[in-house]
Design a protein around this ligand. Structure first.
Ligand code: NAD
Length: 412
């Protein structure tokens, strides 16, 4: 199955728990708008690089479209479509006044210079400028993009349409970013896990954790876990991973990551070398995939030893693996819930930009914790009440809210 077929399989499964007409389901399993653009960029050596850019707006019944922009060699329309759909269910589950969108440019950001990335970002922003807007569609960072990317997008858009800090979220603080937003996805992952531990009568401080991916989400999650007293025994990035049963020195690893040093280069010094494949199969209590999609699949799901999987990445588990893990009794905190701290923090940033009033980080974190805990409890109540998985419950809650808004608007 392609990524969008996989996401739609979850949507259809959730629809089976609700009273949703076939007509409405057709609307909700297809995108509202898909824009594909050519992004020509003059490279530093004089050659012309010609890239493909995408912005998919899945559903806007509940508010402006919202979703990140990914720069990755494998970003394509099908992946972006699937991620846009996930955003629709995620924003609805979290009770945010947004629809769902996603964007991407098929490129390798690590092989490009800063100037090349700036030109690419400005070109891409101009190319999709007519479909985004402060009350229409608000991009944010995702894999391969960051606050600097958002600063260029905001500048390119503002140059054409007037000063618009609220056109993107995840910006630098100096340009209207919100204190707390950068850490929000990773912190939200841990707030969600902490809420789950309370419900399941587990002590987070006694758990061992492996985190795949040490970028924005994985590194902030690892930092927050250590603050909660949990033992982070393995982390990895694209170069490979490190493992130490006694717990890794996450602070030292963060310093290396800040200097852009690959984790694998610290093997033997800050931990034993491990591969990304081995990390997923370690004997830990909690596994947090926080890199790319599809890493837990039919081929490796039976080897997962963790009893809790927290989906910090988007769509890290294929439906086949989801079933195998459920059958094995593994508890899965699904992506639409577990990593929703990012879009929730983006909502806080957007609201602050519109009001031209900046919150203190303490308030940001307290509000984030409230939203994550409430969404977890609603999802767990539904799951227990209906005898379904947390993923089915999360999709069903999101779907019901989007279906209701779509019907009220007269989409069908
Ligand atoms: P990032 O680019 O900051 O970090 C990605 C990390 O994954 C890096 O450590 C990278 O080295 C590693 N990686 C890349 N390819 C890999 C591979 N093949 N195997 C193992 N590791 C690999 O990205 P991010 O913003 O941290 O996003 C990570 C995941 O979280 C993505 O699935 C993204 O969609 C999801 N997410 C991000 C946000 C956000 O606010 N940034 C919000 C919600 C969900």
């Amino acid at each position: 199955m392609s990524p969008i077929e996989e996401v739609n399989a979850y949507v259809r499964e959730a629809a089976g728990l609700l009273d949703i007409s076939d007509d409405l389901l057709t609307v909700l399993t297809t995108s509202y708008r898909e824009v594909t653009v050519q992004v020509p960029v003059r490279l530093d050596d004089g050659r012309l690089g010609v890239y493909r850019g995408y912005r998919v707006q899945h559903n806007g019944a509940r508010g402006p479209y919202k979703g990140g922009i990914r720069y990755h060699p494998e970003a394509d329309i099908d992946e972006v479509r699937a991620l846009a759909s996930l955003m629709t269910w995620k924003t609805a589950l979290m009770g945010l006044p947004y629809g769902g969108a996603k964007g991407g440019v098929q490129c390798d950001p690590h092989a490009m210079s800063g100037r090349e990335l700036e030109r690419l970002t400005r070109r891409f922003t101009n190319a999709i400028g007519h479909v985004i807007g402060v009350q229409r569609d608000i991009p944010a960072p995702d894999v391969g993009t960051n606050a600097q990317t958002m600063a260029w997008m905001m500048d390119a858009y503002s140059g054409r349409y007037g000063h618009s800090p609220a056109i993107v979220t995840g910006k630098p603080l100096e340009l209207g970013g919100a204190p707390g937003r950068e850490a929000a996805t990773g912190r939200g992952v841990v707030y969600c896990l902490a809420a789950a531990c309370r419900r399941w009568k587990l002590d987070l401080a006694t758990l061992t954790v492996a985190v795949q991916g040490f970028g924005n989400v994985g590194s902030w999650a690892a930092r927050e876990l250590v603050e909660c007293g949990a033992r982070v025994v393995a982390v990895s990035d694209v170069s490979g991973g490190l493992h130490d049963e006694r717990g890794l020195d996450v602070v030292a690893l963060l310093e290396r990551a800040d200097r852009r040093e690959p984790l694998a280069a610290a093997a033997g010094h800050l931990g034993d070398a491990t591969t990304n494949t081995e990390l997923l199969e370690l004997d830990v209590d909690v596994l947090i995939p926080a890199a790319l999609g599809g890493v837990l699949h039919e081929g490796n799901a039976r080897s997962v030893q963790a009893s809790i999987v927290v989906e910090a990445a988007n769509h890290p588990t294929t439906p086949e693996a989801d079933k195998l893990l459920q059958d094995a009794g593994v508890r899965i905190l699904p992506d639409v819930l577990a990593n929703a701290g990012g879009v929730t923090g983006s909502y806080f940033e957007w609201a602050q930009d519109i009001q031209v009033f900046q919150w203190k980080e303490d308030r940001f974190n307290a509000e984030l914790r409230d939203v994550m805990e409430r969404a977890f409890c609603e999802t767990a109540d539904f799951a227990e009440g209906r005898g379904v998985s947390l993923r089915q419950a999360a999709f069903a809650i999101g779907l019901e809210r989007v279906a209701h808004a779509s019907t009220l608007r007269g989409y069908v």
